[in-house]
Design a protein around this ligand. Structure first.
Ligand SMILES: [Zn+2]
Length: 78
């Protein structure tokens, strides 16, 4: 499923299984990409409601950090 890229002003779609479109994902620092992937894996391994709720927050934090990094990095170009 291709979701719209969440970066403000970007009209691209993400590739399946990716958080951002290709060009924007490539702007995410390696360390932050690793955090998104590892927290996502923790989230998908969660089996029951309570584990899901606990595992969800680190993923949402990593996701928000990646999005705001890219949004801030491109701000001067707007
Ligand atoms: Zn984008």
């Amino acid at each position: 499923m291709a979701m719209p890229c969440p970066i403000p002003g970007c009209s691209s779609r993400t590739r399946p299984g990716q958080l951002l479109c290709g060009p924007h994902w490539s702007m995410v620092p390696t360390e932050l990409k690793g955090r998104v992937w590892s927290t996502w894996r923790g989230f998908t391994k969660a089996k029951d409601h309570q584990t899901i709720m606990v595992a969800r927050q680190p993923y949402l934090d990593a996701r928000a950090a990646a999005i705001s990094h890219v949004a801030n990095a491109q701000a001067p170009l707007l």
